[in-house]
Design a protein around this ligand. Structure first.
Ligand code: COA
Length: 184
């Protein structure tokens, strides 16, 4: 979801096949903790870049453009939304993150709303409920605000995921679709 920077600035240990059976999945989920990121030191930044790069594998037009870009982008996310930068951890290992901004001026809405600037789970850990845990934390944090995000037009999986949480497509800009979840 790298549009924002352009416009604003602008291995689970899965089985060998990469598939977790239900028992392994439950055991992984009990170990996943969602935490606010405390500091963006070099080691953490490198791990987040690694996740950002591999999460978007096969979808380079929408993210993971390159490591130096990712570094600038993630630092921007950290400076813009420290209090809403949540990570999913298994033990000490970060396996995913979501960046939630409670003070985003949307020029499309003409007012300040909540925003999700980035959302990614390590490819090896995708499909096991970690994204859901991160999204729930984000919705708890952004509470009663309207929330805006941009998603790649062909990123069907992410679009379906957002729809389940009440986001609706409200506009389009190039290859990007703008989705908004109106407060209830
Ligand atoms: C979008 C993303 C963050 C979701 O994280 P995740 O940990 O894979 O999500 P979950 O495991 O919680 O799955 C949530 C739902 O996604 C769908 N899903 C998960 N894995 C899937 C797969 N392999 N194929 C199709 N749908 C899948 C399912 O609907 C799933 O619901 P379920 O729990 O009923 O099975 C993650 O897939 C990702 O990093 N994608 C690449 C980056 C990206 O697109 N970010 C969003 C940009 S705006």
């Amino acid at each position: 979801m790298a549009l924002l920077i352009a416009t604003t600035f602008s291995t689970a240990q899965s089985s060998e096949s990469g598939f977790l059976n239900p028992t392994m999945r439950i055991s992984m989920m009990t170990k996943v903790k969602i935490e606010k990121l405390q500091k963006l030191d070099q080691e953490t930044l490198e791990r987040l870049i690694e996740i950002y790069m591999n999460a978007y594998e096969g979808m380079r037009e929408y993210g993971g453009e390159g490591e130096s870009y990712a570094k600038r982008y993630l630092r921007w996310c950290w400076s813009k939304a420290k209090d809403g930068f949540f990570v999913a951890k298994i033990g000490d290992k970060i396996v995913g993150f979501i960046v939630c901004d409670d003070d985003w001026y949307s020029r499309y809405e003409g007012r300040t709303v909540g925003a999700i600037h980035e959302f990614a789970v390590d490819k090896s850990y995708q499909g096991h409920g970690i994204g859901r845990k991160l999204m729930e934390k984000c919705l708890e944090y952004l509470g009663g605000k309207d929330i805006e995000l941009w998603v790649g037009e062909k990123n069907e999986r992410a679009k379906r995921f957002y729809e389940e949480y009440g986001f609706r497509e409200v506009g389009k800009h190039g290859i990007w679709v703008r989705m908004v979840r109106r407060k209830r």
